[in-house]
Design a protein around this ligand. Structure first.
Ligand code: NOJ
Ligand code: NOJ
Length: 522
């Protein structure tokens, strides 16, 4: 029985490794040092993307310890949200931002494990695992480690100590995102060190991250126990403003439980494997369907909220709550529920774009009027968090919200991932739910039907997904500054950047969109 376990671990990790190993050609070209090239406004989007990709990685790493030039007094493994220490002060480690950022670094590492870049990334990722354990155990205003309540704490000081001021807490997406990143790291390590893994005995080497012991004393298991115990409980949303049940949170919780169930089985913890699977099934059946609003014909981010429900969090839920392998081999339909290419996500995306187009003056240059016949409903525009947003980067005043870089890039990523899905599935099935999106994309699509890969509609859909995705990255390009810096927001009237400067997540979301774009050309 016993020698079987390492084998099972290796087999599991090999099976899942493909999910994070989608090749990213650009990483080959990416170095920590960027050449100085100046790109004028006429240069192609491709060359700008290539340059901005290097800059984004460099500026992202500047916000990560150890090594980041903006993180000198931060504990190793810390991701600062932004170097901005005042107006606004974002010089903290947010559990969400850190997990999302580190996930990007794990993907970069696993794409080219023997590169110079990866030799720098490995110690960073290992420090992240260590600091994650430490902050889990740090008593904080959300609670303690012992009953797991403290794991819902959203942000910590950069030395890993608790932040004790008032805040929107708990936030229940953090443990799920952290578990997802650490599980991706385990798979990446196994994939790149199969011999080392076997000789060290993967299970023992990583007992700090996962072991069957209860009460949980390993990092991933503590997070999975937290998710299992609290997914039905309300908490603050990813924007830290509203207490309730949220689509983004539910999506990342579901994915963490599904991947956690597989991991538990591989680590010789069959009871937990079953328990996490049951929790996942229950979340999927009882909670997730409630986010589809039949009257509105789109997903809503928060249940029972007075808001419209249109929200960038819905797109982020699709992107972070489903593995990117769904676009390539959606073998297990339940793992891929609400993946980027699904009718529910595309319908919600269209509704969001339509709202944002007329909400911000910068989106209407040249001036579009609602109802103009020849307007491409999907032409690139700046996308904010949600229509009612009043946070302008410094303070909250109703009506002063702005487009965000990370949301604008995420629209591109949804469209590129949909492109990859169509390419691999070789046909386009338009249902009545998906029809408004597909008709906006390809006006020749007039009613629900299935189009095979040789049809003109299918070919046009592929061309347009890429074109429209590029249109949103062109918006990012327009509002970035000459150095390639990306703040949190760009002003709804002037278009100039505002809010926290060099926001780590802005760079990560751009890098993820570019990675998805590369998969459309391979
Ligand atoms: C800072 C939060 O991080 C942001 O999401 C929120 O909108 C503002 N505070 C206003 O509450
Ligand atoms: C405000 C955003 O709303 C939130 O999602 C993020 O975690 C923090 N800023 C830090 O970037």
């Amino acid at each position: 029985m016993f020698p079987l376990i390492p084998f099972v671990v290796v087999a599991y990790l090999a099976l899942y490794a493909f999910a994070i190993s989608i090749p990213s050609q650009s990483v080959l070209r990416t170095t920590l040092h960027r050449e100085k090239t100046s790109l004028g406004p006429q240069s192609s989007l491709d060359s700008w993307i290539e340059q901005q990709e290097k800059i984004s990685l460099e500026k992202l790493l500047a916000n990560v310890a150890p090594g980041g030039s903006n993180t000198r007094d931060a504990a190793p493994g810390t991701v600062i949200a932004s170097p901005s220490k005042q107006h606004p002060n974002y010089y903290y480690q947010w559990v969400r931002d850190a997990a999302i950022t580190m996930n990007t670094l794990v993907i970069l590492y696993s794409s080219h494990p023997s590169s110079y870049l990866s030799s720098k990334l490995m110690p960073i990722i290992e420090s992240y695992a260590t600091i994650s354990t430490k902050i889990q155990h740090t008593p904080n205003p959300s609670g303690l480690f012992d009953d797991l309540s403290g794991l819902g704490e959203p942000k910590f000081n950069v030395d890993g100590s608790a932040y004790t001021e008032n805040w929107g807490r708990p936030q229940r997406d953090g443990p799920a995102l952290r578990a997802l990143t650490l599980m991706a790291y385990l798979r990446a390590f196994n994939q790149t060190h199969p011999v080392l893994w076997t000789s060290l005995g993967g299970i023992d080497r990583f007992a700090d991250l996962y072991s069957a012991n209860l009460p949980a004393n390993s990092t991933i298991k503590a997070d999975l126990e937290y998710v299992s115990r609290f997914w039905q409980e309300p908490g603050f949303d990813l924007w830290e403003e509203v207490d309730g049940l949220h689509f983004f949170t539910a999506m990342v919780q579901l994915r963490a439980l599904r991947e956690g169930s597989t991991l538990a089985a591989a680590f010789g913890d069959p009871g937990a494997a079953k328990f996490y699977r049951e929790q996942a099934d229950s979340l999927e059946k009882t909670l997730l369907p409630r986010f589809w609003n039949v009257e509105k014909d789109h997903l809503v981010e928060t249940l029972n909220s007075p808001r419209s429900g249109l929200d960038c969090g819905v797109m982020l839920g699709a992107l972070h709550g489903t593995p990117s392998s769904c676009s390539i081999s959606p073998s297990d339909s339940s793992t891929c529920n609400y993946a980027p290419y699904t009718d529910e996500i595309l319908a919600s995306l269209l509704a969001m774009i339509k709202d944002q187009r007329y909400r911000f003056p910068i989106n209407t240059i040249p001036p579009f009027r609602e109802g103009d016949a020849d307007v491409d409903e999907l032409a690139g525009v700046g996308i904010g968090r949600y229509p009612e947003d009043g946070y302008n980067g410094y303070e909250t005043i109703p009506g002063t919200g702005n487009p965000w870089f990370l949301c604008t890039s995420s629209v591109s990523e949804i469209l590129y991932r949909t492109h990859a899905y169509l390419t691999h599935s070789k046909s386009l099935r338009v249902t009545s739910r998906g029809l408004p999106f597909w008709r906006a994309l390809v006006p020749a699509i007039l009613s629900p039907a299935t189009f095979d890969e040789n049809s003109s509609e299918f070919k046009e859909a592929l061309r347009r997904l890429k074109e429209v995705g590029d249109g949103f990255l062109a918006v990012v390009r327009r509002h970035a500054d000459g150095e390639g810096s990306l703040s949190e927001q760009f002003d709804r009237v002037t278009g100039f950047m505002r809010g926290a400067e060099n926001l780590t997540w802005s760079f990560g979301a751009f890098l993820e969109a570019v990675r998805a774009r590369e998969a459309t050309t391979s």
